[in-house]
Design a protein around this ligand. Structure first.
Ligand code: R5P
Length: 290
């Protein structure tokens, strides 16, 4: 039996791409708000005994989670065989530890919620920082995909003489892979985060790379402070204006505008979160896992 693909509002393009790529049926659903702000959900397709794919990227998750959970509960009430959630950006991965007494480890709570409402999760570069595997918090099978090869391809095609720069030690895992596949050198800086919007980045040793184009690569650009601090240091060191590449265009408040103004030559992201900076399409890496 053909799979059937539903999307939460805003996820139509990826859902349609999946439908065309795997010859699935397109699920028809209706989402709207009641006047009091509560969510109305209706499914108009027949779903009984079907394997369902639900597409919902989870940027700004608080507003998305409830409609998503309602859809999944309804699908289960309508006796689907399975639900696979495709969430190219997976939220609530960063609060993975109690930094102060009494803090909620929201990555665990969020994982429990999703794990009890869907049967499988497909996601792209989740922010596994202190955790080694999704298994530590998710009790369902998780397919963790990586954008590194797509980023390498983009760098190779668009930036001659690139020097990749990872802003912190965590970024080494993906920056080194991107650099290897693009056949370009890389350096990793050190970062200290003093607060949500306050980061310090180590002064880069770039003397030997003066003729290169610096390309900063990170998984998430949120406040963009990490990127901006690095851009300022590179400018001071006399490097060319850098290109900034982020997998997930989270961009809190004015972060994108601030980054553009900081002296970059270009900001490029993958379309795991829809944004005007999207230039790298992750659709093709998802298809083999559906
Ligand atoms: C670090 O934990 C991440 O890999 C990113 O460096 C971080 O999320 C970027 O955050 P911001 O844009 O707020 O500096």
């Amino acid at each position: 039996m053909k799979k059937i693909v539903f999307s939460l509002p805003g996820n139509e393009a990826l859902a349609n791409y999946i439908v065309d790529s795997i010859q699935a049926d397109r699920g028809v659903s209706e989402f709207r708000k009641f006047p009091d702000g509560e969510t109305y959900v209706r499914i108009l397709s027949s779903v009984e005994e079907k394997d369902v794919i639900v597409v919902c990227t989870l940027h700004q998750p608080d507003a998305k989670l409830l409609p998503l959970l309602f859809l999944c509960s309804l699908l289960r009430d309508l006796k689907v065989r399975s639900i696979c959630l495709v969430a190219p950006y997976l939220a609530y991965m960063r609060q993975d530890k109690q930094f102060n007494p009494g803090e909620a480890i929201t990555s665990e709570y969020f994982a429990k919620l999703l794990s009890s409402n869907v049967d499988r999760l497909v996601t792209v570069d989740p922010h596994l920082h202190r955790r080694v595997s999704m298994k530590e918090i998710y009790s369902i099978p998780c397919e963790v995909l990586h954008a590194d090869r797509l980023i390498s391809k983009w760098v190779k095609k668009n930036i001659p003489n690139a020097l990749l720069i990872g802003p912190d030690s965590e970024s080494e895992q993906w920056v080194s892979e991107v650099a290897k596949n693009a056949g370009v050198p890389f350096i990793i800086l050190q970062k200290i985060r003093n607060g949500d919007r306050n980061v310090e980045v180590s002064v880069p040793q770039v003397e030997e790379y003066k003729n290169y184009t610096p390309v900063l690569v990170d998984d998430i650009i949120s406040t963009a402070r990490t990127m901006i601090e690095t851009v300022v240091l590179l400018n001071k060191a006399g490097m060319k204006p850098p290109v900034c590449i982020g997998v997930h265009a989270v961009f809190a408040e004015n972060a994108y505008e601030d980054l553009i103004r900081s002296g970059v030559s270009k900001v490029v992201t993958c379309n795991t979160v829809l944004h005007e900076s999207n230039a790298i399409d992750i659709g093709e890496i998802i298809i083999p896992h559906l």
